[in-house]
Design a protein around this ligand. Structure first.
Ligand SMILES: O=P(O)(O)OC[C@H]1O[C@H](OP(=O)(O)OP(=O)(O)O)[C@H](O)[C@@H]1O
Ligand SMILES: O=c1cc[nH]c(=O)[nH]1
Ligand SMILES: [Mg+2]
Length: 215
C-alpha cells in the first residue's frame, strides 16, 4: 500500500487515565460489565480529544454577578456514526458528552476468511451531509470496515469526518491513509500488528464479543 504525502497524522491519546483504563480493558480477566464500563469511560476521553478543534463563537451572557462574554460551539452540528455492533460501545460515552448529536448506524461484519467487510445495515440522518461526522468503532485492524463505512458516509455527502477507535494496527492506519487520507484518526494506541487471523496484537480480543458477552 503506497503512502500518500497528505496523510493526516493520527492522534494517539497518551493521557495517563487513558493508558490506565486501556490496560484494564486489554486484560482477559476483565469482566463483560467491566469491559463495557471502561469502553464508555475511554470514549468520553476520546470524544474530548476528537472534538478539540470544533469552532466556537463569542456569546454575551449574564452570570448571577455581571455580564460577560463566553464561548459556545458554532459551525456545523455533529453526527456520530457507529459501526455495528461494537461501535455502539463507544457511542454511549460520546453521547454522554454531546447529547444533542444525531446518530447514524452502519452494520458491517468481517468475513473471517477474507477479512473483507460485509455490509448488512445502514441508516443515516436525512441531514447528515450538513453535519460534521465522527465515525466510531473500537478496532481498526485491516482497516476494511472503517474504510467501507467512510465510503458510505462520503457517498452521503459528508465532507468532514473523524474516525475514533480504541486500538489501531499499523496495517489499518496505512490502509486508511491510502483510502481516506483526509480523515483524522483518534485512538488510544497503535499496536504492534495483526496476527494470522487478522486480530490486533497484543490487542484486546474481539471487541464486540467482549462488549456483549457473546463468546
Ligand atoms: O479493520 P477490520 O479488519 O475491518 O476489523 C475491525 C472490525 O472488526 C470488528 O467488527 P466485527 O466484524 O467483529 O463485528 P462485530 O462488531 O459485530 O463484532 C470491529 O468492531 C471492526 O468493525
Ligand atoms: O483484534 C481485533 C480485530 C478486529 N476486530 C476485533 O474485534 N478485534
Ligand atoms: Mg466482533
Amino acid at each position: 500500500m503506497s503512502e500518500t504525502n497528505t496523510r493526516m497524522a493520527p492522534i494517539v491519546v497518551d493521557h495517563p487515565l487513558v493508558q490506565h483504563k486501556l490496560t484494564r480493558l486489554r486484560q482477559a480477566s476483565t469482566s463483560t460489565a467491566g469491559f463495557r464500563r471502561l469502553t464508555r469511560e475511554l470514549s468520553l476521553l476520546l470524544c474530548y480529544e476528537a472534538t478539540r478543534d470544533l469552532p466556537t463563537e463569542a456569546v454575551e451572557i449574564e452570570t448571577p454577578v455581571e455580564s460577560t462574554t463566553g464561548r459556545t460551539l458554532s459551525g456545523k452540528k455533529l453526527c456520530f456514526i457507529s459501526i455495528l455492533r461494537a461501535g455502539n460501545g463507544i457511542l454511549d460515552g460520546m453521547l454522554d458528552l454531546v447529547p444533542a448529536a444525531r446518530v447514524g448506524h452502519i452494520g458491517l461484519y468481517r468475513d473471517h476468511d477474507t477479512l473483507e467487510a460485509i455490509e448488512y445495515y445502514m441508516k443515516l440522518p436525512d441531514d447528515v451531509a450538513e453535519r460534521d461526522c465522527i465515525v466510531v468503532d473500537p478496532m481498526l485492524a485491516t482497516g476494511h470496515s472503517a474504510a467501507a463505512a467512510i465510503d458510505r458516509v462520503k457517498a452521503a455527502g459528508v465532507t468532514n469526518i473523524i474516525f475514533v477507535c480504541l486500538l489501531g494496527a499499523p496495517e489499518g492506519m496505512d490502509y486508511m491513509a491510502a483510502r481516506h487520507p483526509d480523515v483524522k484518526i483518534v485512538t488510544c494506541s497503535i499496536d504492534r500488528g495483526l496476527n494470522e487471523k487478522g486480530y490486533i496484537v497484543p490487542g484486546l480480543g474481539d471487541a464486540g464479543d467482549r462488549l456483549f458477552g457473546t463468546r
